[in-house]
Design a protein around this ligand. Structure first.
Ligand code: ADP
Ligand code: MG
Length: 699
């Protein structure tokens, strides 16, 4: 027998509740200590039976005077009477076990709790919580916690293990007293209060989490996060990157950047000029840029990236640009080829579907440095891709990359040796059309500088958004037919949802819709685009649509990000209620890119959940990406916003960015001071709170 099996055998078998604990992640004492009650029950007081009113939830104690099973025509019930010195109360069970009747033998003292109602025989409690007690049994001194739990984990068991764990957990104060906002309890006190609040505790503040004990806990958590961000920032400050100045450091070389600016078919907006200057200031530094460029859909981020690339290339280095989908990568590739190839820049193209000899040739051009710009999907950061002199990485739609991909990217971009053996790291520019609300930026992206494009290129007409129940679908199709028949130049996106779990079914939806529209629009070229199509076919469909021959494009959400066809001016989204708010906004951003007035039709199928209603209303009311992001945060909460489900771990357990902005600001102000004055405490605090999760915060 291998020693491994031996170990397994030595491990004691876990009881069912212990297994259930493990399943909830409640393994260490500290895990249990941080497993906080959902609510509390007050078992600290007894109400005289005579003082009860219908509607009260109360605990009383009395002696059983009678207990019997009563039969009506339809059911059996267990009915007991108890009395104290002040009155009598009926207890009633519609479902019961024979053992319960035995428990309620006349003469026994019982303590019962539940909601009192007026019954046929006077006041009664149906299905009370019941405990047989000896006369004189003391009442609990604290409110009784009710924990989040599962069927396999009885509350009584959970209460017991948590009480034990709370006493044992290493909860000594790590933070110096002046690092904690005045008036807050110690961590141990805070947890004691939250698990076992005193009977007089301000219930409302415990429930809405504004109680000082809650504040302490939230502050601890926020501070840990701010500290880890500040550490990341400090670590980055120690890194070295090649300073990139257009035309070389003496400014006398070829200024590709200036040539590109001159060759562009449009003038930059004020916002584009401002963020370009911010980026170029960073690129000229000897420490790596780590900047997020956020700008609403259509605000013109691509050209900003192209200018940054031109700066890097004219300084003699390579640039990589990564997009989350092949369609988007290809579109960037075409655009950049159009802009930069005439200026003499070698551009390579790498995606997962490019294999064999073509791929080997690309890799050789990248390794030799002949390709100064490399565009592609995450294939760009695969192991076998070796850059000669990579100095700038641009990640488009960065929020679309999973947490693990973002971590892989940072690992790949890690320091590599330069000619003079000084390890250098590339500059990093991330782009996103999903603006990050301020509180989130402060929490999760403290190690990131943010540039914002807050201005759209001129000549855009706002998109009019209309909501229709799906029984109007035929009318929408008829409108499209009439428009096209009138000889209108209109191009239409028709979007079908793609829910990951049932990709197959949705594909049928898109295919069926494609057939339906083709039949309804004779003489019109209707295309179909979905994620399962081979890349070449996708590209062919896209180019027909971009070229204008194809008028209607039925697509799953593969067009969601970045696709740019300025002449498309109508978008219909089917089952709009199934999409997230950010996703709807991204989709809508595909129209309204030209000068034609654009319309977005959201078809929905009722009944709508309250959050679906909120989302659709937000879409109809605003087209401002920042406002959308704010509402999205409100509707969904930050966990989902961050794609936390991807990481399998919610990043904030206790603090709520929507309500705890004040504490966040305090934690943010304290973090650098603590790192400076008590670095050991800072490190210990981060380890206690984040442990293995610290990495995710860097992604
Ligand atoms: P996004 O920020 O969504 O990535 P894009 O970079 O795709 O936006 O730009 C949207 C469209 O606007 C593109 O067709 C682009 O060429 C065009 N564009 C960008 N900047 C300007 C500008 N300053 N003036 C006019 N058109 C512009
Ligand atoms: Mg884009």
């Amino acid at each position: 027998m291998s020693s491994r099996n031996g170990d397994a055998q030595r491990e004691p078998a876990l009881s069912a509740p212990a297994r259930a604990l493990r399943k909830l992640g409640l393994v260490r004492d500290i895990d249990l200590a941080l497993h906080l009650p959902l609510r509390y029950e007050d078992e600290t007081r007894l109400v005289p039976i005579g003082a009860l009113h219908a509607g009260d939830t109360a605990q009383v104690q009395g002696e059983v005077s009678d207990c019997r099973v009563e039969h009506s025509r339809t059911r059996r019930q267990l009915v007991a009477r108890i009395a104290d010195a002040s009155g009598e109360l009926v207890l009633r069970w519609l479902h019961f076990y024979p053992s319960q009747q035995k428990q309620l033998a006349p003469g026994r003292q019982v303590r019962v709790r539940g909601e009192v109602r007026g019954g046929f025989l006077g006041l009664e409690i149906v299905h009370p919580v019941l405990k047989v007690v000896e006369p004189g049994t003391p009442l609990p001194q604290a409110l009784t916690p009710v924990y989040p739990s599962t069927a396999a984990l009885p509350q009584a068991y959970l209460r017991k293990v948590i009480t034990t764990a709370l006493a044992r957990a290493p909860l000594a104060e790590i933070l110096p007293p002046d690092a904690v906002p005045a008036g807050l309890p110690t961590l141990r006190e805070a947890l004691a209060t939250l698990h076992h609040p005193a009977p007089g505790a301000a219930m409302a503040t415990l429930e809405d989490r504004s109680h000082p004990a809650w504040q302490r806990l939230k502050y601890e958590e926020l501070l840990a996060q701010q500290l880890s961000q500040a550490q990341a920032l400090a670590e980055r400050a120690l890194l070295r990157a090649p300073p990139l100045v257009a035309g070389g450091e003496d400014g006398k070389g070829d200024d590709l950047r200036a040539r590109l600016a001159k060759a562009l078919p449009f003038a930059l907006t004020g916002a584009q000029r401002r963020v370009t200057a911010e980026i170029e200031r960073d690129l000229a530094q000897t420490r790596p840029m780590h900047r997020l460029l956020q700008g609403d859909v259509g605000s013109g981020k691509t050209v900003v990236a192209a200018l940054a690339a031109a700066t890097a290339i004219s300084a003699g280095w390579q640039c990589a640009l990564m997009a989350p989908t092949e369609i988007l990568a290809e579109q960037h590739f075409r655009k950049l080829v159009g802009w930069l190839e005439p200026l003499g820049v070698g551009i390579a193209w790498l995606t997962g579907s490019r294999k064999g000899r073509a791929r080997r040739e690309m890799l050789a051009r990248i390794a030799s440095g002949e390709a100064a710009l490399v565009v592609g999907t995450h294939a760009v950061i695969q192991d076998d891709v070796q850059f000669a002199r990579l100095a700038l990485a641009v990640v488009d739609e960065q929020h679309r990359f999973g947490v693990t991909q973002r971590l892989a990217l940072r690992a790949k971009l890690g320091a590599h040796a330069s000619d003079d053996a000084v390890p250098l790291e590339p500059h990093l520019l991330m782009m996103s059309a999903t603006p990050i609300p301020r509180t989130l930026a402060m929490t999760y992206y403290a190690d990131l500088d943010v540039s914002t494009l807050d201005e759209l290129p001129p000549g855009r007409t706002p998109v009019l958004t209309k909501l229709f129940a799906d029984d109007k679908r035929d009318q929408v199709i008829a409108r499209i037919r009439d428009e096209l028949a009138r000889g209108s130049e209109q191009q239409v996106y028709w979007v079908c949802p793609l829910v990951e779990e049932s990709e197959h079914v949705d594909l049928q939806d898109a295919t069926a819709t494609h057939a339906e529209l083709s039949a309804a629009l004779p003489g019109t070229m209707v295309g179909l685009l979905h994620g399962r199509m081979p890349a070449a076919e996708k590209a062919a469909v896209m180019s027909l649509f971009t070229g204008g021959q194809m008028r209607v494009l039925v697509a799953t959400t593969v067009i969601e990000v970045g696709v740019d066809v300025p002449s498309a001016s109508l978008m219909v989204i089917e089952h709009a209620e199934r999409f997230g708010l950010a996703q709807l906004h991204q989709l809508r951003g595909r129209v309204g890119r030209g000068t034609a007035a654009s319309v977005c039709v959201l078809l929905y199928t009722g009944p709508l959940s309250p959050t679906a209603k909120d989302r659709l209303r937000a879409m109809a009311e605003t087209s401002d990406g920042f406002e959308i992001a704010r509402r999205d945060l409100e509707i969904r909460g930050p966990g989902e916003f961050m794609g936390a489900r991807q990481s399998g771990d919610a990043l904030l357990r206790f603090a709520d960015l929507a309500t705890d902005g004040g504490l966040l600001a305090q934690a943010r102000a304290m973090a650098p001071r603590l790192l400076r004055e008590s670095p050991a405490a800072a490190e210990e605090h981060v380890a206690r709170w984040l442990g293995s999760r610290a990495d995710y915060l860097k992604a």
